[in-house]
Design a protein. Structure first.
Length: 137
């Protein structure tokens, strides 16, 4: 039997992201920390063991933006290989239930029209999602 050695398996990270829609605008946030500092993304975070993706997303948005959201349908699951890890990101269409965004962990945020989606420097895993959003909204 001939088996190729590939070294240690790539770390898998499971996250959720909120595509927050309001008055035909889409909410984007800019990372203020870490390896991907200054990149634009949809807000969200890691899914903890025993937590549903929807629960994780509500908790992350409360923690990062101090607002309550209604988590709607799953828009897309993004699978993306960064150099040091594999990202699996469930992206949900969301609406604001209460509050307005307060940046507690991001450097900046913008409400973008569909036509403005390409006006910010999205993180690599989000690029395919941006094309899909543009096509479907």
């Amino acid at each position: 039997m001939n088996v190729a050695y590939r070294g240690s398996p790539m770390k898998n990270i499971k996250v959720v992201a909120a595509i927050i829609l309001h008055d035909n605008l889409i909410f984007a946030t800019q990372r203020g920390y870490g390896d991907f500092k200054d990149g634009w993304e949809f807000p969200g975070g890691k899914v903890e063991p025993g937590e549903s993706p929807q629960e994780a997303l509500r908790w992350e948005i409360r923690e990062e933006l101090a607002m309550e959201i209604e988590v709607g349908e799953l828009f897309e699951t993004v699978e993306y290989d960064y150099p040091t890890f594999h990202l699996s990101m469930d992206c949900f269409l969301c609406k604001i239930k209460s509050g307005t965004p307060v940046l507690l962990g991001h450097a900046a945020a913008k409400w973008l029209t569909k036509e403005e989606l390409n006006s910010v420097a999205w993180l690599p895993a989000d690029l395919g999602l941006i094309r899909e959003l543009y096509a479907r909204l």
